[in-house]
Design a protein around this ligand. Sequence first.
Ligand SMILES: Cc1cc2nc3c(=O)[nH]c(=O)nc-3n(C[C@H](O)[C@H](O)[C@H](O)COP(=O)(O)OP(=O)(O)OC[C@H]3O[C@@H](n4cnc5c(N)ncnc54)[C@H](O)[C@@H]3O)c2cc1C
Length: 322
Amino acid sequence: MALMGANLGRRIWQRTMIRLACHDGLRTRVESSDRLVALAGRFVAGPDVATAQRKAEEFAQAGIHASIYYLGEYVDSEALVEENVKNIIAAIEHFSQTNLDWFISVDPTQIGYSISDELGWTNAQRIGAAMANAPEGRYIMVDMEDASYVDKTIELYERLVGSNIPAGITLQTYLFRTEDDFKRLAAQGATIRMVKGAFVASRRIAYTRKRDIDDAYLRLTLLALSPGMKEAGLRPIFATHDDRILDILTLVAEANGWQPGEYEIEMLLGVREPLQRQLAGQQHMVRVYMPFGEAWWPYSIRRVGENPANVRFVLRALLGKR
Ligand SMILES: Cc1cc2nc3c(=O)[nH]c(=O)nc-3n(C[C@H](O)[C@H](O)[C@H](O)COP(=O)(O)OP(=O)(O)OC[C@H]3O[C@@H](n4cnc5c(N)ncnc54)[C@H](O)[C@@H]3O)c2cc1C
């Protein structure tokens, strides 16, 4: 009963934070508030690509790689989509001039998929063309948004790969369908980033209890690290901060002969940084998701949705404390 209450409370909290993230009026006010900008400082690398590069260089000194992300999700105006696409292309050009090891994360809705599939695909090709001049090994990581975008997102990934544009795909283990999607894409030797899922999905299509979500992640982790998946050429990226999963995955990877670099561990900027450094120090390949840009509110408040303890950073920011 207590567990049921806790799960319900978690879903209500998460849903409320997602509503706050999507509230345009609030967003405009918050993003121009000097006090709340301190909240962005926790989860976001900075307002522009130069600050993202500095942050990535700081992490590189600890042997941690970067996954860069230009902030600007769920936009429904063509002008904002265009601004996003220009900034993503500029970030690719900028990071291509550095010696850093990076990939760039892209949300389908930030490049036009919330307006039309045609616009989204046209912009994806523009971003793909910019990747042609990036150093070997760099690629586009397609992020996964709410359940209504899963088909479009997988199709986008497959079209990118089919057009010889280097790409990976994020799959959310809380969705029932993911095991099938995972098996199909893994068999093609895909780069798959596995996340639990940051959205609130209906119990018709997703696990909703925390324990079931965690177990689903673990099941797919074991599958991803099985010898057959290594043979298929899968490159799994475990995007999680969960100690239990990290302990198991590092042991299983070693037992099954996976070398660091054949799989990766990815975490969010501002979340469990001592653990990130510890894992990198143990020679695991660790990457940090580094968002940058001015539109920091929806992203930062979703981090509060994932972990209510983060509300203390909002309060501290409101009180003007760092
Ligand atoms: C690199 C990366 C990319 C992602 N991309 C996507 C995506 O494309 N689509 C999507 O739906 N989701 C994405 N997510 C979010 C993901 O789905 C989860 O919501 C989030 O990572 C928390 O899940 P967890 O596996 O860390 O486990 P949890 O069980 O939620 O957390 C485990 C522990 O980690 C710590 N922790 C976790 N999250 C936070 C936080 N925000 N702040 C402070 N501590 C925290 C806590 O100590 C917690 O006890 C991404 C996550 C990462 C790391």
